[in-house]
Design a protein around this ligand. Structure first.
Ligand code: SF4
Length: 267
């Protein structure tokens, strides 16, 4: 497999001047050292719905029934446009073969966690929300690895995320041939030591998921999708090294090594 994995990235992180004030939020690790390892695709949801640059700031507002994306100065509501755009764009990105997504933190459109949500008529916010575009994307496609750039400043989290992206890209590559029961079993077998090295419970859980899927007569494509969704959920947690070492000792002999199928990762 020669192709670089395709990675979707919030456009401002790639140095594009698309922020509300006409500026960027360039994340240099992405634009410099990691650029050569991925085929990066930029996307700015707010420009995508026609808000233009520069533009008024938006915020998430809880009106008691739902979360809205609004301009706090004049009440303009962009919720419907953003929801419609997010669904179409998420489908298009996945169709294009993306293997991961790096989102801009804190944004009411792109943030993945702890985004400010205001209660209608209040000036104080709680950090409990997700950007509207990010929420739609992760709801529709929970099997695709995602992260905010803030977490990529930690080398351990960065390495772990890029490994998840490579794991996904292997699955995506295999899936192009069409999933069969045999192909799913082989994929799991080839990657089981990797799974064990990253998430001690994942190998067992995924083995059970495959068996149950086959027993229930599910289509291999359905089983393969459930497999990657469960795998990425398990891998989403960075496990401490002690339990991993313990689990590895139980299955590896003294001369065994972990044969990782991955290309060298960026540092
Ligand atoms: S955070 Fe998202 S919506 Fe805001 S400028 Fe960056 S890409 Fe555009």
């Amino acid at each position: 497999m020669d192709d670089k994995p395709r990675l979707a990235v919030s456009a401002c992180l790639l140095g594009e001047k698309v922020r509300h004030n006409g500026g960027t939020a360039e994340f240099r690790a992405l634009t410099n050292e990691w650029k050569g390892h991925f085929d990066m695709v930029s996307i700015c949801p707010e420009v995508g719905i026609g808000m233009g640059t520069p533009r008024p700031t938006t915020r998430l507002v809880n009106d008691g029934e739902s979360i809205r994306l609004v301009n706090p100065k004049n009440g303009d509501d962009f919720t419907s446009q953003m929801l419609e755009y997010a669904q179409l764009q998420a489908d298009a990105l996945v169709e294009s073969g993306i293997c991961g997504f790096v989102f801009k933190k804190d944004s009411p459109s792109c943030g993945l966690e702890r985004v400010k949500v205001y209660r209608e008529g209040h000036v104080q916010a709680v950090r409990s929300g997700m950007g509207m575009f990010a929420k739609v994307f992760t709801t529709l496609y929970p099997h695709i690895p995602v992260i905010e750039e803030g977490r990529l400043t930690d080398p351990r989290q960065a390495e772990h995320f890029f490994v998840r992206v490579h794991f996904f890209s292997l699955w995506h590559h295999e899936g192009k041939k069409g999933w069969t029961d045999k192909a799913i079993k082989e994929f799991h077998n080839v990657n089981k030591l990797f799974l064990l090295s990253r998430s001690p419970d994942a190998k067992r859980k995924l083995g059970r998921l495959i068996t149950q899927g086959f027993d229930n007569g599910e289509h291999p494509e359905t089983v393969a999708l459930a497999y990657m969704t469960e795998a990425q959920q398990s891998l989403n947690v960075l496990t401490k090294t002690e339990p991993i070492a313990h689990a590895m000792e139980r299955v590896l002999g003294p001369t065994d090594t972990i044969a990782t199928p991955f290309a060298p990762l960026p540092h």
